[in-house]
Design a protein around this ligand. Sequence first.
Ligand code: ADP
Ligand code: ZN
Ligand code: ZN
Length: 744
Amino acid sequence: MNSTDTDTVSDYQVQVAVPVPVRQTFDYLCDQCLVPGIRVLVPFGQRKLVGMVISNQKKPQGRELKQVEAVLDSHPSIDPALLNLVRWASGYYHHPIGEVLNAALPSLLRRSRRLENPLLEDQYRVHPGLNGSGAQAVLRRAPQQQAVFALISKSEWISLSGIKSQSGSSGNRDFNRLLSGLLDKHLIEKRTGVPGLDRGPRNAPDLRLTEGQQEIVNRISRCLGTFSSHLLHGVTGSGKTEVYIQLAKNCIERGGQALVLIPEIALTPQLAQRFTDHLGNGVCLFHSGMTALHRYRTWWKARRGVATVILGTRSAIFTPLKHPGIIIVDEEHDRSFKQNDGFRYHARDLAIKRASLEKVPVLLGSATPSLESIKNAESGVHRIYKLQTRIGPAQLPRIELLDLKRLPRFEGLSPPLLEAVSEVLENRQQAILFINRRGFAPVAQCHHCAWQARCDRCDAFLTYHRKSNTFRCHHCGKITGARSQCPNCSKDISHVGVGTQRIENILRRQFPRANICRFDRDEISTQRKLEKTLEEITRGRIDIIVGTQLISKGHDFPGIALVGIVDPDRGLYSTDFRAPEYLFQQLTQVAGRAGRSSSPGRVIIQTSHPENPYLQMILNQDIDQFYTHCTRERRQTGLPPYGFLALWRAESKNEFAGQRFLQYVRRLGMHLLSGSDPGRVRIMDPVSSPMEKLAGQYRAQLLVRSEDRKSLHRLLARWVRQVETAPRSRRVRWSIDLDPVDLF
Ligand code: ADP
Ligand code: ZN
Ligand code: ZN
């Protein structure tokens, strides 16, 4: 027992969620009434954990309970609506509420620190008692201090960050040292305060919306103030972003805040800039590339209602909003909205739930909506709007298929594609060659003895990276030195297949005078590099871009005349039932980079399977036929969105432990099903995952399918609880994934 003084009168009992992998809350005593959303420090076993009060009651029943050790918040960290969302998510995803809360709180608040204003900054001004010429004399021999002093004397109160940003490129000086020098000389004085947030000049004039855009903005604006859900299906370049901006503006004018989720902000700095240009400094970012303090600041501003727009990635769905106004999810089909480990939520689905809890409209937008959203639109859950043409003179690109069975190839590129590239170069336009594979070649093998370079920790080939002369595993990240001779028979190794480096290589040989850049995660390794490269592309300094899916996301490049898709065939024959949908989305998105200015673009797809129905639909840009086709298939097979899935996963260093565990899980489930009406749930057999070994762990999975959501959840609620409390569950790592996106 803890040495807490048990003699004090504890009038209250609270239920606390703590970040442990157990699906329950824990009871503690405390002597004040703590409302839900307050963080507390509680003893838990040998440890002390930061937890959150979920509910409370007067007159404790359990006299033997431990005491809350410290109360960390005077006001709830999480408001009731958000706490409801957390509760709902914990129930829906069958995930421990303490862990859900941990995902919802900024990382700084997961520690036992008190909620304090992260915006407080030290600010400086010239000492009021100073006479004009005095400083000059004192600082004659300290030019650096003099420069800082000059800066400070220009404004009323200025913060360190203000001084840094105004001193421009010479920002690497040790300002703290210079400032304390000036303070010592009594030339300046210091206070701690919150810098006034100037709403900022808007740099961009409002565009005149097209009739189509205006109509959509009007109709959704009328829904502000109540819950409703909307789907905007607009081709690439049709002006969806402009619709979001106008809607955010209307929402702000009515005193509301807009929460805008996008797949990857870091990749699209232009987009963030567009929002700030139109909506001013109230636009705050929230994403994983920011420091914890920065995220905390955005969180704080959002909660105080100072941030008017929160532009963020997946986890921003949990940003508190003082005046919730609208939630927008851009590129709603994007897979990055699904969290694939720990608390496995889908931010788009949570956005819809949150909008309903906060009573605000939610807008999903995409050029290639997910089948889930299309179905919801058809069944009347979402109102649907379409933008079918590009803005202004821009035309959708022409698409052509090249039959690789009839063409020779030079390291993956066929003569007609090379020809098209050279034409683009002659016209001083730009081309993108898209290949969704990094490195030089995906397989290194010996033709004599059939040896292949494989990762010893994963069921995967090693990819040869020429620039660093290494073999790399793209699954576990392992890097080893490359070899050029076979370890068995010492013959030369050959490289099969192509990756970005190989394509870059052949292009450099074919077009020695062109400016070529590779746009993949190896090359674009820092934010600076990304921004610099994007700028060079936009300014037309780059002629050919060889890129992975990094290049396909939302960039608005004016000069792209050609998009060449080097090898889409991998996506055609995958075991994943969603593969055609992904292929369609991906190709449509990359193709959408072409022809964004007045000259129409051209898209060339190389393939060995030109007869494939999905490629034919892409060729004809027949999106309706694509949806009809996929919908029919999913309906017949009972797959999402016409059926519901849950996936148990287990992994272990032991080759058989995962499967054995899932056999046990299955038995428990079958038992629960037999006791009641089995409903329309089917529990499949455990199997090894498509990639069984990953980073040294053997992985197995167990799929559960249901025709309706209710039966599935009713079963899972009891099932997960039983599994969780079984002692053998501690011997493997296991998880349950609701509405799984990644089945590997
Ligand atoms: P999407 O988000 O659908 O890809 P954008 O909103 O990025 O489309 O618009 C594509 C391009 O057209 C952008 O350069 C944008 O500035 C421009 N644009 C959008 N709406 C208008 C409009 N009403 N008038 C003029 N230009 C517009
Ligand atoms: Zn060999
Ligand atoms: Zn590996």
